[in-house]
Structures are given as structure tokens and as C-alpha cells.
Design a protein around this ligand. Structure first.
Ligand SMILES: *Cc1c(COP(=O)(O)O)cnc(C)c1O
Length: 410
């Protein structure tokens, strides 16, 4: 059950909070599936904790837990001792409360469009960066007559120009907090733009501005108990740990790559998601045969082409195929190139060089697969991202609701 305040129980809310749609594994006929390893999640939480020192660890479970299914991930990590969770949207926080998560929840998004009552009702801490939001939340808390002060976090922009109050905006924000005694400034946060870069100059400049913001607040009589700035890259580099850290990608087993190509946390983290599908058709083609929409690929030798039932509507990027596409999948423990265009539901791979590929063979999109002759092949979200010209975060969060998630224990 969600922790609600007794005072907030009776009346229904005027603002309805819609729940994000989630993958439901009803489509079990389909061989295209994502397997989520719960032991790997726990392992990564422990690894992050080793880097975080004394800081509270609030895994970031926005975008349905980076595509892994936020409720199941949150339940696993809550039991494993996560101190709280961050999400981007109020809707995502409500989904976690509805799933029975009782740990503190922090909504990073900053704008609540009149849904301040829902924040209070679900006991969700907002990150605020706007005077109007502070005033509106204070009114909502006042109207409910809460017995305690309602905790909020303030975000300052220290060099990313995205969300957060600028240093120049802070005095007005402090004034708004001054006229809102029902709110408690619990946290002060910022976000790093370049924490994965080898040189620390940009991060150092952001930390200096963060310290300035804190000093300004302290001068005005506010002393946030919890300061936080670090995402996965900063945690793994030990920069800006403060009292709380916000790991996203690392919890899912991937270390952000620094600009010199080194994966942070390599060897310490375990990928959590494995995506697999199956060969559903095989084609023996003479040289010169076109494959797929637009005939972007033509065989240059007698070839075997296998079809798998996963396409861009499942989150397999169209950029992996077509002319110039560099995408690969894994079959019989070997990497095979995607040939032709990735279509909505189907993808074709050239298996000419892999003896013995048969209908029904498992094909791995993310994760490892043993080779019949010993050894194994691995494809990470980072590998797919590089081939598609994007980042691992996008690869994970693109996996659509059409791909059922299965939770593995162990
Ligand atoms: C997404 C996000 C994070 C987590 O980032 P990772 O690089 O995935 O660790 C942390 N803080 C904020 C504000 C975010 O939006």
C-alpha cells in the first residue's frame, strides 16, 4: 500500500493522474522476449553502493525502469535495500506507489500542472525549480492541513541549461520558500552535463556553481540536508557524491563510456536485460538476390538469410539495417550481420557463414549466447547503440511494450 497521510484519505482528487502503459506478458506465443535478471539488479546495486560511500542510493527508474519494467525493478531493489527511487514523472511515481513501493520517491520533472494534491496524496517528493510551483504546492499542503512539513527538493542549473533555477533565479525561489512554511527544503540538486568525459573541467565548474547555490541558500537560513548531483558516470568516477546519488544506467549493468572509449565500471557491473528471439524463416538465395524493403541489400554470393520476428516497432532501430547499416544479431554463438532494411515486425540476417542454422534457433539481440562449439558471443546495449549511432540509454528505453518482459530469479 502507498503511504498516504491519514488527513489526505477522504476526498477524491480533481486531477486524474494517468498511468503509463506497461508491457504485459500476455503475448507468450511470441518468441521475442526480454529476460530481466533480478540477481543482476541486486549485484549492480551493491556495486554502485561500493562507489557511493556513505551516500544514499536512489536508483533512477524513469521510462519504465529504463525499459526493464519499473514496478518489478523497484520491488527487487527496495527489498535489496535501495534508499529511495527517482522518476521523471508524477505518473511514474504513482505507478510505483500502486505497485506497493513504500520507499521515498523523488520526481525529477519539476512541473506538476495542478497535480500538487496528488504529490501529497501519494507522499512523493517533488524537485522544484519554479516559484509558481512552490506557491501552488504550499497552497495544496496548507489546504490539507498536514501535521508535518512536506519535503521538497530544489534543482539548480549549474551548466546544462535544461531544468533548474539559475543562480540568478535563486533569491526569488528562496523568497517563495520563505512564504511557504508548510514546505521543508530537504534537498538541493543539480545534474552534470559531462560526467562521462575524461577531463573534469566542465564537472568542476558545475560543482563550483553548486557550492555557490548552497552558500546562497545557507545565507538565507535554509540548510538542505541532502545534496545530490551524481548520475552513473559521476558515481563511477567518484565525483560529486554528497549525501545522495542517482544511478540509472549502472543499475541496469552498463557503465557509461568515457570519451576515450573506456566503459566505466567494466567488470563490476552485470547487464540486467537479455533480449532474444528466434529464426522463423530461412531463405537459400542465389547471388544477386534483393532482400527486404527497397532492396537495400543484394546478395553477392549464394547466401542463407534468416528472418526473425523483431522489428523497429519492438525497438530494434531501423538504423541498424538498410544501406550502410552495421547492426548484428547473435545466432549459434556467432555474430551475424543484419542485411536489408529492418522492417516494423521483422529483421533479416545473413547466416551463410554459420553452419547449421535451423528454424527455431534462438537469436540474441542483447546479452550473451553460448556457441555450440564452446565459448560465447555477447552483444551489449552499448554495442547496439554504436552500430545504430545512438546511446545505450536509448537502446534500452526503446524496447517497446510489445516485447514481453520475463523476470528471472536467479
Ligand atoms: C536520468 C537521470 C539520472 C540517471 O542518469 P544515468 O546516466 O542513467 O545514471 C540522474 N539524474 C537525473 C536528473 C536524470 O534525469
Amino acid at each position: 500500500m502507498a503511504m498516504t497521510n491519514p488527513e489526505s484519505e477522504p476526498e477524491r482528487e480533481s486531477v486524474r493522474v494517468l498511468r503509463p502503459r506497461r508491457a504485459v506478458p500476455t503475448d507468450v506465443v511470441r518468441p521475442t522476449r526480454a529476460e530481466v535478471s533480478l540477481p543482476a539488479l541486486r549485484h549492480n546495486l551493491r556495486a554502485v553502493r561500493r562507489h557511493a560511500g556513505a551516500a544514499a542510493v536512489y536508483p533512477v527508474l524513469k521510462a519504465d525502469g529504463y525499459g526493464h519494467g519499473a514496478p518489478a525493478v523497484a520491488r527487487t531493489l527496495e527489498r535489496a535495500g535501495a534508499d529511495g527511487f527517482c522518476v521523471a514523472l508524477l505518473e511514474e511515481a504513482v505507478e510505483l506507489r500502486d505497485a506497493g513501493i513504500r520507499a521515498p520517491l523523488l520526481v525529477l520533472g519539476g512541473r506538476f500542472a495542478g497535480a500538487h494534491d496528488a504529490l501529497v496524496e501519494h507522499d512523493v517528493r517533488p524537485v522544484l525549480h519554479d516559484v509558481g510551483e512552490i506557491d501552488a504546492l504550499a497552497r495544496s499542503v496548507r489546504a490539507r492541513g498536514l501535521a508535518r512539513r512536506f519535503p521538497v527538493h530544489v534543482k539548480v542549473d549549474t551548466g546544462m541549461a535544461r531544468l533548474g533555477a539559475s543562480l540568478g533565479d535563486l533569491p526569488a525561489l528562496v523568497a517563495a520558500l520563505g512564504r511557504a512554511p508548510e514546505l521543508e527544503l530537504e534537498g538541493l540538486m543539480t545534474h552534470f552535463a559531462c560526467a562521462d568525459e575524461a577531463g573534469d573541467a566542465a564537472t568542476e565548474a558545475q560543482l563550483a556553481r553548486f557550492a555557490e547555490a548552497e552558500a546562497l541558500l545557507v545565507r538565507e537560513g535554509h540548510r538542505p540536508r541532502v545534496r545530490h548531483a551524481a548520475n552513473s558516470a559521476a558515481i563511477l568516477r567518484g565525483r560529486g557524491l554528497f549525501e545522495l546519488v542517482r544511478p540509472g544506467l549502472a543499475i541496469f549493468g552498463l557503465g557509461p563510456r568515457t570519451e576515450d572509449g573506456v566503459a566505466l565500471g567494466a567488470g563490476e557491473l552485470r547487464p540486467v536485460m537479455r533480449v532474444r528471439t528466434q529464426v522463423v524463416a530461412l531463405h537459400e538465395l542465389p547471388a544477386g538476390s534483393p532482400v527486404g524493403y527497397g532492396a537495400t541489400f543484394r546478395t553477392t554470393r549464394p547466401s542463407r538469410v534468416a528472418t526473425v520476428p523483431m522489428g523497429y516497432a519492438d525497438g530494434l532501430s531501423r538504423a541498424l539495417g538498410g544501406a550502410g547499416g552495421r547492426g548484428q544479431l547473435v545466432v549459434r554463438g556467432r555474430a551475424v550481420p543484419i542485411v536489408g532494411a529492418v522492417s516494423m515486425d521483422l529483421t533479416t540476417v545473413d547466416v551463410t557463414d554459420v553452419p547449421g542454422v535451423a528454424l527455431g534457433d534462438e537469436v540474441v539481440v542483447l546479452g550473451s549466447q553460448a556457441s555450440p562449439g564452446g565459448g560465447e558471443a555477447v552483444q551489449t546495449a552499448e554495442d547496439v547503440a554504436r552500430a545504430a549511432g545512438t546511446i545505450a540509454w536509448e537502446v534500452l528505453t526503446s524496447l517497446s511494450r510489445r516485447v514481453p518482459r520475463f523476470y528471472r530469479e536467479p
